[in-house]
Design a protein around this ligand. Sequence first.
Ligand SMILES: Cc1cc2nc3c(=O)[nH]c(=O)nc-3n(C[C@H](O)[C@H](O)[C@H](O)COP(=O)(O)OP(=O)(O)OC[C@H]3O[C@@H](n4cnc5c(N)ncnc54)[C@H](O)[C@@H]3O)c2cc1C
Length: 388
Amino acid sequence: MKKVVVLGGGIAGVETSIFLRKYGFEVELISNRDYFYIYPISIWIPTKEKKFEDVTIPLKDLAEAHGFKFTQDKVIKVDKESFTLEKAGERRDFDYLVVALGQDKLKHKGIEHTYSICGNPNETLKYSEKLDSLIKAGKGKLAFGFGGNPKAKEAVRGGPVFELLFNVDYYLRKLKIRDKFELTFFAPMPKPGERLGEKALKMMDVMFKRLNIKSVTGKKITEFTPDGVLLEDGTKIESDLTCFVAAGDGHPAVKAGNLPQTEAGFVVIEPTNQVKGVENVYAVGDSCALEGPEWKAKQGHLAEVMARNTAYNIALKEGLEKGNPKTYIEHINILCLMDMGNGGGLAYRDDKKAMLIPLPILGHWMKKGWGIYYKLSKLGKIPRLPGM
Ligand SMILES: Cc1cc2nc3c(=O)[nH]c(=O)nc-3n(C[C@H](O)[C@H](O)[C@H](O)COP(=O)(O)OP(=O)(O)OC[C@H]3O[C@@H](n4cnc5c(N)ncnc54)[C@H](O)[C@@H]3O)c2cc1C
């Protein structure tokens, strides 16, 4: 059977490996971390609703459950005909290569004074520790923001920042110390979150006012400092703890290699996920440049569609499937169950509609339930629901 090497052990890489194994391919997954990190439920680590181990699955357990090989190493370069690992050096021993390395983040001046919940999982732990110490001190100023990338608008990640903000607000209320904390939301764009539609923007505004959260938008960030955020008009957001999610940027291993890529370093793919002009290399998930409408976004559910399509399209090339290649384009939509600690909102956007359906109480428990389902089903302990 042909050998497929999958680079990256996140949502895209794991799903690709699982589905390639269903066709019987020999699969090796290479990742720098030895665990699969379930980002969508990691927002609850700082508020103590989840422990680190609740949002991770050891990759060796997934490898055992699905029969693929797991190798821990760091990919430093991906080329059309080979890839290079930090420990093992250059390798060419594959029939197909799938790039699923996720994305990097833009580097802003003073970013080291901020914590992202969308990057290295250790940063979420550090954020959590710092929040604990402020809670112990009994007061603090907290800032939550995200930035944009003019070269890749779809790489903006704002949803998790809103989720963390509302969850921290609710957590402080539960501890009965919310009045001792000042919470500020900030973003350089005038209408952050606008791709979810006007209704969602208005709802967010109402929530901010109701929860006494300050909002500073439409001002460019000049620098982060240990005690706040400096803005282009010379004003400063005072902050003892800043959560900032910079927009995505191309992965360094992609930038270092010769795969076709956009100015921002995202892999250019066909709608079938095959890398443009490279017959046996595919890219899935956050690593690739997306085609599609202005409001498109890089999301986990799209990464999984791309992963399943890639397994199918490789099987098609090998004569194990019949039919036409599958493409991701028709699956572009925004689907996000945005958690608010004591409830949630279901955000949905496609070409025809944009809506945000409030789901008080139920929304929170639906997302919690999804997290449990996701973990167990990935390990093959419970059956998968179609399309999930
Ligand atoms: C906090 C948060 C909440 C989110 N919530 C939602 C949600 O509710 N719904 C939704 O649809 N999407 C959500 N998303 C988006 C979703 O998580 C991403 O789109 C998805 O994780 C992309 O999957 P990926 O596999 O492409 O990248 P990643 O999940 O980032 O995985 C990349 C993998 O590559 C590995 N890797 C990276 N660099 C190297 C290297 N040099 N060498 C070897 N391995 C490497 C990493 O260890 C990781 O295993 C959320 C994202 C975040 C951060």
